[in-house]
Design a protein around this ligand. Structure first.
Ligand code: PLP
Length: 246
């Protein structure tokens, strides 16, 4: 795919505005197919590997929630950009020794994948006087390469996490397996939705509408995810173009 960002910043702005429009239209169409409202689905623009300069242009193009997968990289951008009214969310695996920093930087951590990490986040959030919103990541397809709770261990972990004093568990997140056709991961999204419903019954959470959020769907599969109930989609490449191969 040759959808790299133009270097000229006016052109970059035009490209981004167009892509934001396209992505929002696709979100709205998928929501409508599922009989849902378009504003039931929040868009997180995944800006990992994207330069601070491009993030600024994206902000001006109307994107105000950014997802990052590394604490250091996010911290650099947050510090350099100082954008008013922006939310930064962590979507990548977080080491427990960086939990304190994450609690300071992010509006929400979507990738809580162990009780130990949750405890560390809660401890720091308490010192900061905040009640930190989090999602629990679930490795629905049980892929060895992925982090996230095993579906069989989720309820027990959720119960312990919901009891922590300074976290506000808002729902679940998953990264579906890489497949050729998005349709193939529909059962994964459906399963996460089912787990969420189970969780709601088993573990009442203090949050209004407890466990309401389902963060699922990326560039290649977000429409299927929305049809299966996603309330948050995390989209990188459809907005910013292909990432450099590492
Ligand atoms: C990179 C990433 C995304 C975005 O992926 P795209 O395919 O670029 O849309 C979403 N979620 C997580 C957890 C990611 O690491």
């Amino acid at each position: 795919m040759s959808n790299v960002m133009p270097v000229d910043s006016a052109e970059m702005g035009e490209t981004l505005r167009e892509r934001v429009r396209e992505v929002r239209a696709r979100i709205a169409a998928a929501a409508e197919r599922a009989g849902r409202a378009a504003d039931d689905v929040a868009l997180v623009a995944v800006s990992k590997t994207v330069s601070a300069e491009i993030v600024r242009v994206a902000y001006e193009a109307g994107l105000h929630v950014f997802g990052e997968n590394r604490v250091q990289e996010a911290q650099r951008k947050i510090t350099v950009l100082q954008l008013a009214g922006v939310r930064w969310e962590l979507i990548g695996h977080l080491q427990t020794n960086k939990a304190a920093q994450a609690a300071e930087l992010f509006a929400r951590v979507q990738s809580v994948d162990s009780l130990r990490l949750a405890e560390a986040l809660s401890a720091r959030a308490g010192q900061l006087g905040r009640n930190m919103p989090v999602l629990l990541e679930v490795n629905v397809a049980r892929e060895p390469s992925k982090s996230g709770f095993d579906p069989g261990a989720l309820i027990e972990a959720a119960r312990a996490i919901a009891a922590l004093p300074n976290l506000r568990p808002e729902g679940l997140m998953t990264v579906a397996p890489l497949v050729e056709h998005a349709e193939a991961v529909r059962p994964v999204f459906r399963r996460l939705h089912g787990l969420r419903d189970e969780l709601r019954r088993a573990v009442p959470s203090g949050t209004a509408g407890g466990w309401a959020q389902l963060s699922m769907g990326m560039t290649d599969d977000f429409e299927v995810a929305i049809e299966e109930g996603a309330t948050i989609v995390r989209i990188g490449r459809a907005l910013f173009g292909e990432r450099p191969k590492v």
